[in-house]
Ligand binder design. Structure first.
Ligand code: AP5
Length: 220
């Protein structure tokens, strides 16, 4: 089973790389951010509670996220492997994931996308996305062919609700306080963590580096 964990700050390119990996490997892309946004869209009560928390840039409660991920990993399409994007994000989540993997004898590879602060801000401020097909763009590095329209389906591109300057600052703060320590926890626990310099390279170049790591992991 391929268990790939994409780890990194907001805007480090986890979603971009997960989409490319899914296409190459044929295993599901499991994004806790996407799952939470979908749940909030469908559930008014959750929207008022967790939705408000997310819009402020803070993290959703561990219990909710852990349950959501466990359910998702138990689905048939994840039997051969999965790509986790945005999970684990706290020590409690990391602990839960390690337990899940160990119980099944699955050896993960954690890919840490290291990106400098200025690139992160530029990427998040320039991000646009298509709500119909999910394609990600960047006004600077990956602009659409026609201004603010999706290349694939012509849908109007939108700014994500939490991509405003104030909320980005809060998300980065939550990352420093609650998520960065997870990296050290995983290293200390002897999990396989691979750092990929992902600040200056194009998405395709970063992807080739990740593929090299994943291929090596399969051989080990
Ligand atoms: P989530 O949706 O996971 O957002 P995030 O972690 O903040 O990450 P982003 O989606 O902003 O960035 P990314 O790393 O995926 O980068 P992307 O590929 O889009 O979480 C949102 C919220 O949900 C959280 O704040 C929290 O409230 C909640 N949540 C989610 N998971 C949770 C959890 N486990 N526990 C608790 N709460 C949780 O790229 C960004 C931009 O850069 C794009 O425009 C892209 O085109 C561009 N780009 C990508 N790669 C490159 C490159 N190599 N060069 C140039 N540009 C690039």
């Amino acid at each position: 089973m391929k268990a790939i964990v994409l780890f990194g700050s907001p805007g480090s390119g986890k979603g971009t790389q997960a989409k490319l990996l899914k296409k190459r490997l044929g295993i599901p892309h499991i994004s806790t951010g996407d799952m939470l946004r979908e749940r909030i869209r469908l559930d008014g009560e959750l929207r008022a509670g967790v939705g408000t928390v997310m819009l402020s840039g803070a993290l959703a409660p561990d219990q909710l996220v852990n349950r959501m991920v466990e359910d998702r990993l138990g689905r048939a399409d994840a039997a051969k492997g999965f790509i986790l994007d945005g999970y684990p994000r706290t020590l409690a989540q990391a602990d839960e994931l390690c337990r899940w993997l160990d119980k099944r004898g699955v050896r993960e590879v954690v890919i840490y996308l290291a990106v400098d602060y200025n690139s992160i801000i530029a990427r998040l401020m320039g991000r646009r996305q298509c709500l119909r097909c999910g394609t990600l763009y960047n006004l600077v590095s990956q602009p659409p062919k026609v201004d603010l329209e999706c290349d694939r389906d012509g849908e109007k591109l939108v700014v994500r609700d939490d991509d405003s300057e104030t909320v980005i600052r809060e998300r980065l703060d939550a990352y420093e306080r609650q998520t960065r320590p997870v990296l050290e926890f995983l290293r200390q626990a002897g999990r396989r963590v691979e750092e990929v310099a992902a600040g200056a390279d194009s998405p395709e170049q970063v992807f080739e580096k990740i593929c090299g790591i994943v291929l090596n992991h399969d051989r080990a």
